[in-house]
Design a binder for this molecule. Sequence first.
Ligand code: PXP
Length: 237
Amino acid sequence: MTRLSVNINKIALIRNSRGANYPDLLKVACDCEEFGAQGITVHPRPDQRHIRYSDIPALKEVVKTEFNIEGYPSPEFMDLVIKNKPHQCTLVPDPPGVLTSDTGWDTARHQTFLKDIVSKLHDAGIRVSLFIDPVESRLHAAKETGTDRIEFYTGPYAHDFSSDKSKAVTPYATGALICNEIGLGINAGHDLNLHNTRFFKENVSGLLEVSIGHALVCDALYFGLKNTIHMYLRELA
Ligand code: PXP
């Protein structure tokens, strides 16, 4: 089974654009769960332009499914995560001002740093996932950090999907076999949508979870949130 974790950053972005609490982030998170989402993801960035650090404790209180916090493991981020103990923390190598995550960790180069961070999160009882490109050496190096899972960065897959979907998915399919062999759980995310998610799932063996935000919120403008979540769940069934 592949679980759908809804990334609610875009909901926070809309809320922040007017200064009041509308849409209500907590209500949206609860509604996503009621409509069938199996997880809620947030990605607080240093400028807090969408999810704010202050949103996290309240979300932790109301989220009943899997709560996943993504981000760069700065001291402030680590403090926030360890205090709020989500089920999962996904570490991404984003520099502070980046528009959106656009590359995975170089797990060999940052192995000592990541090992230390993974162990701190494990001490707090938090499962860890590393955002990563499907490169064999990086998967083996990820395993060495002690991480439980990796999250495949699916931006390049989504980009190449319309020109040659088989070619686009091949590195991920191969990477998944390696993960299955060495015992790394597999998540995936970025630019997944109603057109490319099913094919990805069908070709990536052992895909445990996808986190989807931008496309899902855009689709909800046309189909409504409930229908949209049901449509994504059908793609993952
Ligand atoms: N995974 C990570 C690490 C991300 O940074 C994002 C975007 O915040 C996503 C998944 C979800 O990507 P999208 O919004 O394109 O669905």
